[in-house]
Ligand binder design. Structure first.
Ligand code: SAH
Ligand code: AVI
Length: 364
């Protein structure tokens, strides 16, 4: 996480290797300063808590690495490099969720936009917003849609995507919020009309049930009577398909997993050796979730003097870095109801290898 607290128009950035990355789905800008001037009237980015992710990271890492089992929250995958690795994951042959959700959006976007006619779309955990473009491209969108509000912890991906969207959708203004969707939803700007909230990609599955209910309840707080939320959920399918999606043959997911240790080294002065940890991902049927872990083959002495951390991670244990819960269509309505949301419609992809759902919900 980088940048200063407060509102900022885009500033030039020097992140080597960022611009021109071949997998970025949006038009590339080679002069962000120039681009920000061009789009100044339609663009703002609020950096809610720049110090906060690092500050919170210290607490989370200290608590997580002294807990049993050792664990780290998945939001720390997403520094700039992690966001780019995730974009690569979405293009892997094994990683079906992005394609499955894209197929569903392809089938439903025009109808949804014509029916809901939102004045703004708020996207939580927006990332590159690559799939969201399908909604923004709906024929009716220029008639009613005025603003796009992407919220994400990863600043660079929001900035890059904002510039691409401003170039491609001249009717749209973009108000980015760099913050944590579990803590900062109150920083979403006041609605300018009917609102559609998006939570795509199956990211809901990265929250454990208690946090998920709390998060959905705070999403409910973003909605007025005519507003809706559209949530992407990965569905249970055969174990081999699910496990392959998290164990790709190119090793990108393994790098994504290890990247968290690089992020922590950089932010907290820790001395993890990422290459000393093997990537493990498997389906835990009891909890209906893929678990990702980092497993050392020899004991690892890890210290982070900045936070007075000193731990040994033995080969008999792992660091649990992510859970990715897989749902059944039957479980969705109850999960939403627990958070004060009413399931209005559930679009499901029925291809056996791409089972995925988009749930449209209203305030109960
Ligand atoms: N919605 C996109 C990206 C999914 S990847 C898609 O469907 O492809 C998950 C995204 O959520 C990343 O961009 C990551 O930076 C963001 N993210 C993860 N945890 C977050 C948190 N606690 N608060 C805000 N953003 C978060
Ligand atoms: C963002 N989230 C839904 C992804 C998932 O599938 O749980 C993150 C990811 N982890 C490994 N590959 C992709």
């Amino acid at each position: 996480m980088n940048g200063a607290r407060g509102r900022a128009l885009l500033t030039p950035r020097s992140a080597a290797g960022t611009l021109g990355a071949p997998w970025l789905p949006f038009p590339l800008m080679t002069d962000l300063a120039h681009a920000s001037t061009e789009y100044a009237a339609r663009l703002s980015i609020d950096v809610v808590d720049a110090g906060g992710v690092a500050g919170r990271m210290a607490e989370d890492v200290l608590a997580g690495l002294t807990a049993v089992p050792k664990q780290l929250p998945p939001k720390y995958f997403y520094d700039d490099a992690g966001s780019r690795l995730f974009e690569q994951i979405t293009r892997l042959p094994e990683y079906y969720p992005s394609r499955a959700e894209r197929e569903l959006l392809e089938e439903t976007a025009d109808e949804l936009m014509a029916e809901l006619r939102p004045a703004e779309i708020v996207e939580l955990g927006a990332g590159s917003s690559a799939k969201t473009r399908r909604l923004l491209s709906a024929p009716t969108a220029p008639e009613h849609l005025r603003r796009f509000v992407p919220l994400d912890v990863s600043r660079e991906i929001v900035e890059s995507s904002a510039l691409g969207l401003l170039a491609d959708f001249p009717y749209l203004s973009v108000h980015g919020v760099i913050g944590d969707f579990e803590r900062h939803l109150h920083h979403v700007p006041q609605a300018i009309g009917r609102r559609l909230v998006l939570f795509l990609g199956g990211t809901i599955g990265n929250l454990h049930p208690p946090e998920r209910t709390a998060f959905l309840a705070s999403v409910r707080g973003l909605l007025g009577p005519g507003d809706r939320v559209l949530i992407g959920l990965d569905l249970v399918k055969d174990v081999a398909t699910m496990e392959a999606a998290y164990n790709d043959s190119a090793g990108v997911t393994a790098e994504f997993n290890r990247n968290m240790l690089r992020f922590i080294n950089r932010e907290l002065g820790a001395n993890f050796e990422p290459e000393a940890f093997a990537h493990r991902a498997f389906f835990n049927a009891e909890h209906s979730r893929i678990e990702m872990h980092l497993a050392p083959s020899v004991p690892q002495e890890v210290s982070a003097p900045d936070i007075s951390l000193s731990v040994t991670i033995s080969p008999s244990e792992t660091i649990w870095t992510e859970s990715s819960y897989k749902f059944t269509p039957e479980s969705v309505a109850g999960m939403l109801a627990d958070a004060g949301l009413r399931l209005e419609r559930c679009y499901a992809n029925d291809r056996p290898d791409r089972r995925f759902a988009l749930a449209l919900a209203a305030p109960a």
